[in-house]
Write a protein that binds this ligand. Sequence first.
Ligand SMILES: C[S@@+](CC[C@H](N)C(=O)[O-])C[C@H]1O[C@@H](n2cnc3c(N)ncnc32)[C@H](O)[C@@H]1O
Length: 374
Amino acid sequence: MTKPPRKKSRMRKEDYFSTTLGSMVLGDSLEILEKRFKPSSVDLIMTSPPFGLVRKKEYGNVDADKYVAWFKPFGELFKRILKPTGSLVIDIGGAWIPGLPTRSLYHYELLIMLARECGFHLAEEFYWWNPAKLPTPAEWVTVRRIRVKDAINCVWWLSPTPWPKASNRRVLAPYSNAMKDLLRNGYRAKLRPSGHDISEKFSIDNGAAIPPNLLAIAHTESNSFYLRYCKEKGIEPHPARFPAELPEFFIRMLTDRGDVVVDPFAGSCVTGEVAERLKRKWTCVELLEDYLRGGVTRFSRDEDLSLGDPPTRRPDEHFYKAYHPATTWNGHEGDPLPADGGRRRQLKTQKPAAPKATLRKTRRVSRSLVTAEA
Ligand SMILES: C[S@@+](CC[C@H](N)C(=O)[O-])C[C@H]1O[C@@H](n2cnc3c(N)ncnc32)[C@H](O)[C@@H]1O
């Protein structure tokens, strides 16, 4: 084991690194959290657990069972240490069953186990959409063309009681242009075809919009302080980091300054970095020292931490465009569907028909949105 970095503040013996607000701990979170936290003492557990387990095994359900059994003691511990007003937020990606174009159910089974066996409530399910996700697995998506790109992670927001403390006012989104028009020009209150009664209140300008449970965050970190530091020091960056905006959304919405945030599967300690910047107390536990070595850099730069990395997003990236699925439905369906569901790999003998991407006349869409082929 290499020597842990120099103390920054009062550290406990087992701390790998600490600041006045939090600490990174090397070890198994099952033991560490049990020792460190009394029952009902934590406000938010924000984490992304490992899900490689599923990939390494052969077929779906057995894996899912094993994964859920592995997770259960963590679920019980999390339930014990969370305050009744606390929250557990789990970012978890789906997985393909090796060799087949079908998906594991493990993350849904995890959710059901946490609710049925550990007693959590599902406060709300979120989806993190990564517009920069690559089209994999190539065999199903780009070669046989029988599945589409999987570009979302599930984010389960659970709570020990139905009443976790929360406010969507902390995470408001900018108004869309359509909403701005509506606020400018007014809205005539009426009953919608869906039966919803849209009242006059709909046209009150609240300054910003209530966000949906779809979080659009392109995961494109390429020149961050963390990556530059890892490169310079010859440290392998953590391969499965989440973008800081993901924990930030939930830390803002679900905790106040001074509250306690825990990440039991901390990796490179993104959760700790965000909690430190937002003045929450934090504890991040990670099993592998290499990941903590890189993570320390998140707290060790000379500049004021609150400045963060210089913004890497262009102004036009505040909004991501999503296709209306009918954008390219223009009457040209192309080849018949593979009768065997794509089981046999077809070698294309004839030149594929050129993609037809003409717009439907009835739909007003920006030209830049129209490409029929990925
Ligand atoms: C998906 S990664 C988390 C990445 C992290 N969110 C980030 O952005 O860097 C999951 C991490 O959990 C760690 N881990 C697995 N079992 C653990 C345990 N029992 N205690 C602590 N950490 C564990 C793994 O080593 C891995 O780094």
